[in-house]
Design a protein around this ligand. Structure first.
Ligand code: SF4
Ligand code: SF4
Ligand code: FES
Length: 280
């Protein structure tokens, strides 16, 4: 009887070797013993100013800000409130502000910061705090309910090309983090009484419906009226913070604004148009 082991598959041996080298490198980085200071703005319901608390956090390889917040929760402050679900930039629930900029905590790498300085984490400032880093974003869901829903066209077969749905598909990438709502100055400085302004997230949603080739509705009148799209002055701040890389201003807001001008402010086109502005 032979005692010789079966020859190992070369690919799996290489993969295991590379994996062990990589893991060892990661472990070595994590063993640096380095710590940095995380400052978290904490507070109870409705406390907009809050209080800043400082925590020492052990740095580990590949750490994101959410890891650091969870380290604080595990080691220093078990009552710290933070909302998260996927840790993969897909659910939108860990939205907050890091060093003053709206970001997903789970997508923000600590290696992007100068860790000789404290890293500051605070809740989204546009919405009322529930506790610590968790805010009440329910106003957004009430806005969402106002948007005219999709109604299918019946005058043509349900057939279209991929190029016809690409604009609508871009709008469907939204993960409802509300970082764009947080950064938008029209909403940010309005306090609890929000103005008649749907905000960038819902301009995206309305545009996604308007751009669908089989949609029979037109939301441009709604956006110009209760949606308040005229208040947007195209600063593009919303586009800059969108983790789904939706070109909010260029691909949703500006086309809808142009359609609103065509529909309501262009007297020449108004003579020939009976049913709102042409859909894209
Ligand atoms: S571009 Fe318009 S919607 Fe976006 S942040 Fe600026 S004002 Fe708000
Ligand atoms: S449009 Fe972008 S920033 Fe705004 S809620 Fe959706 S994913 Fe978040
Ligand atoms: S935990 Fe889901 S997006 Fe960050």
């Amino acid at each position: 009887m032979s005692t010789q082991a079966a020859p190992e598959d070369a690919t799996s041996a290489t993969t295991r070797y590379e994996g062990s080298v990589r893991d060892e490198a990661l472990r070595a980085q994590a063993r640096t013993g380095r710590t940095f200071t995380l400052r978290i703005n904490r507070g109870e319901h409705g406390d907009s100013a809050g209080r800043w608390e400082s925590y020492d956090v052990e740095l580990a390889a590949g750490m994101v800000v959410l890891d650091a917040v969870l380290f604080v929760q595990a080691k220093h402050a078990p009552d710290l409130a933070v909302r998260w679900n996927c840790k993969a930039a897909k659910c939108g629930s860990c939205a907050a502000e890091v060093n003053g900029r709206p970001r997903l905590l789970c997508k923000t790498r600590l290696e992007d910061f100068n860790l000789a300085e404290p890293v500051l984490v605070q809740p989204m400032q546009t919405f009322v705090r529930i506790k610590d880093l968790v805010t009440d974003v329910s106003w957004n869901y009430r806005v969402n309910e106002k948007i005219i829903p999709f109604r299918a066209r019946t005058d043509r077969p349900w057939k279209f090309y991929q190029r016809d749905v690409e604009k609508a598909q871009e709008m469907r990438q939204c993960i409802e983090c509300f970082l764009c709502q947080d950064v938008c100055h029209v909403l940010r400085y309005s306090g609890e009484e929000k103005p008649a302004f749907f905000g960038p997230r819902f301009f995206v949603r309305a545009a996604g419906l308007d751009f669908h080739p089989m949609d029979a509705e037109d939301r441009v009148g709604q956006l110009r009226g209760e949606g308040g799209i005229g208040l947007c002055n195209i600063t593009k701040c919303c586009t800059e913070v969108c983790p789904a890389n939706i070109h909010i201003t260029d691909d949703a807001i500006i086309p809808e604004k142009e359609r609103a001008v065509d529909a309501f402010d262009d007297p020449f086109r108004g003579i020939f148009r009976r049913n709102g502005a042409p859909k894209p």
